[in-house]
Design a protein around this ligand. Sequence first.
Ligand code: CO
Ligand code: CO
Length: 322
Amino acid sequence: MGPGDLSTVLAPLPRQMDARLLVGSETFDDAGVFRLSDDLALVQTVDFFAPIVDDPYAFGQIAAANALSDVYAMGGEPLTALCIAAFPTGRLPLSVLTEILRGAQDKVREAGAVVAGGHTVVDDEPKFGLAVTGRADPRRLLTNAAAAPGDVLVLTKPIGSGILSTAAKQGKLDEETTRVMIDTMSRLNAAASRAALAAGARCGTDITGFGLLGHLSHIARASNVTIRVSRARVPLLPRAREFAEAGITTGGAERNEEYLEQRVDWGACSDVDRALLVDPQTSGGLLVALPRTAVPEYLSRVEGATEIGSADPRSSFDILIS
Ligand code: CO
Ligand code: CO
């Protein structure tokens, strides 16, 4: 669902008051965090969606990397995963689901975690994802609410996977770009998360369905800062701009843009740049807020990490595009 509808759904619910719940749903954070002791917290998250690539093994890998990412985005280490699958048993061979699960299991193992079980339902359209449980030090979390004026924002993967996967569904994506897209979405955010903690970062999220600007808006509000984004610095997947120029888009992008319309000072941002900046990502990179002095070390340790903006004292907008 889009961020606007989701806020409407959640708003009437009573706020959960429990001192052990360190991070709940109020700040649109990546995962819930539950304190077990002074130095140990559970990190819990769930994510599932319809296939975004044809290859079932690759889909399983991407779904797992995406679900695990929300634990990394909180500064945690994943421990266990439960698989959730909806599958049209009469229409597709069961071996397709085996391959999805094999991809997921391999990726979970790469993360040092273990698949502990799962649940299946029969449904017309396949959907797959995982609920992941991890551990974190409650004194060293990466949340949306800890960006400070002066922090530099670093993004660890290029954006544009929503546009590219739509192009792929329309049969317009070449093999090489498809490979780059799958490799990027399958890559774990483990190193990006550990380097962020090592750099003393306390604010981070992963870029997924709300797009780069949607997630930045949640950081801006939760941290009470205004975020400045330099659009020329935002790394893009190959051909993402070309397909954006050709008008390839998603329903998610439309919902994200509507939500962001009044929250962003768009400056001289072109329609194509807008489309890229609100493009919903699957298994996107980490977005980390770092003190300026920690940036060079972080960029050298994390493959693909790029400085894209900074946090300013709060003004009337969540985000300023320059
Ligand atoms: Co997330
Ligand atoms: Co999520």
